[in-house]
Structures are given as C-alpha cells and as structure tokens.
Design a protein around this ligand. Structure first.
Ligand code: GLP
Length: 241
C-alpha cells in the first residue's frame, strides 16, 4: 500500500487529480470508478480546472459510480447522479452515455443491483477506483457488519452514516435509509484503488487501516490490505500517526 501524507485538503485533491490524469493519459479509454461525498469535491474541481486548461481529455473515458441513494431521482439535489453532473460531468467532455450511476428510483431495486453489477463487469471493472471512507470505516455503502456483500446490492445505512450524511439534507428524517452500492468484490476487481481521506473525523478509520495487521469486516476499509495496488492520500487532519 502506498501512502501519501499531504499538508492540506488542496494538496490531497491535487495529488489525486494528478493520479487520475496520469491514468487517463496512459489509457484514454479508462474506466474510472468514481465516488461522491464532500471528500472528492476538491479533486473534481482540480479535474475541471485541468480540463479547462487543456490538460486532460475525457472523450474516451467511461465512469461507473460506487453508489446511489434508494428513492432519489437523478434530478434530486442530494442524489449522487446530481452530484456527479454538478461537480464533473456537466463541465468536461465525458460522453453522457458513458457515465453510469445506479438508478435509485428503479421499481425493482434488487434487479437494478444485478443489472448494475453486470454492467460494471461487462466494462471489465474499473481501471482506477476512487474511494472515500465513512467515519465508521465504510467504503461505498459497505457498512461495518459480520459479513460483507461481494456484488452490487441494496444496502441499509447504519445510524452513524444516516447521522453523518444528514448534514446534506434538511433533517435526519430526509436521509434515505437504503442505498444501492457496489459490493466489496465489485470494488476489489478494480486494477488500482485510490482512497482519499481528509479531516479529523476520518482519523480513526485511517488509523485502523494504517496501523493494524489484521482485516476486520466491522471496519470495511481495512480490507484494502488485501488489494495489491492501493494508494491512500490523507490530509494532515486525517493523518493518524
Ligand atoms: C458516503 C458515501 C461514501 C463516501 C463516504 C464519505 O456515505 N457512500 O462513498 O466515501 O460516505 O463521505 P464524505 O466524503 O462526505 O465524508
């Protein structure tokens, strides 16, 4: 595991943008696994900046997002589809029909999970998968549990995550209680994984990842030890050592 300790959020975001842009330069038709949340906002801003400066070309890129809230349509401001349009897709030259996010309003959510898993598999999984981490160590919406799902599935959110994500909604009651999420197998099929973490709220999860020599399904991020190409990029507040 490669670990990059950055001084600031801006430095973390720029380091992540550099890795993503190098990936696209090396393989213009890369499949990028993307994440949402407050963590990658700076990364997406850096990609927009570099696209405007002619430094990166998304015309052949395909994107697959990690997760989506159940019940939220793509035009809902808190949906992850909306987030992606707003933060990246609407500002760069990625083909709209090459951007994929699970459909949270599907009538049959289990069927949607299966369809999405097949889709990601048919694309050959991600060349580079971006991850954030929940304060409780979740990745995507793979929440701490005795057992973790391998494939894309309907995931109940834990109370901690509902509380943590309530800051984006008017109240805790409005936070969807379930999400569609790639499973650990979907994520781990990526050739390379880049995990970003900033802020003191992430320190415990990063500490578990960097200091333990065991893996624990009750802290899903620790399973990253089992992947052979992981880069962790932390700002100073999240740095646990
Ligand atoms: C959310 C998402 C994750 C994200 C994490 C951290 O619930 N499902 O994909 O990485 O929580 O969010 P944030 O970056 O806002 O701290």
């Amino acid at each position: 595991m490669k670990v990059i300790h950055c001084k600031s959020y801006e430095e973390m975001s720029d380091a992540a943008a550099k890795i993503m842009e190098e990936q696209i330069a090396k393989k213009p038709d890369s499949v990028l696994g993307l994440a949402t949340g407050s963590t990658p906002v700076g990364l997406y801003a850096a990609l927009r900046r570099d696209y405007a400066a002619g430094k990166v070309d998304f015309s052949k890129v395909t994107t697959v997002n990690l997760d989506e809230y159940c019940g939220l349509a793509g035009d809902h401001p808190q949906s992850y589809r909306f987030f992606m349009q707003d933060n990246l897709f609407d500002h760069v030259n990625v083909r709209p029909d090459h951007t994929f996010v699970p459909v949270g309003t599907a009538k049959d959510l289990d069927a949607e999970a299966k369809r999405y898993e097949k889709l990601v598999a048919s694309l050959g999984y991600a060349d580079l998968q971006l991850l954030g981490v929940g304060p409780n160590g979740h990745i995507g919406f793979n929440e701490p549990a005795e057992e973790l799902f391998l494939e894309t599935h309907v995931a109940p959110l834990t109370e901690t995550t509902i509380r943590a994500n309530a800051r984006f909604f008017n109240s805790e009651d409005e936070v969807p209680k379930r999400a569609l999420s790639m499973g650990m197998g979907t994520i781990f099929a990526a050739r390379r994984i880049m995990l970003l973490a900033n802020g003191a709220a992430k320190r415990e999860a990063i500490k578990a990842l960097l200091t333990k020599d065991t893996v624990d399904t009750k802290c899903p991020v620790t399973l990253l030890h089992l992947h052979q190409d992981v880069t962790v990029i932390c700002d100073d507040e999240a740095w646990p050592l």
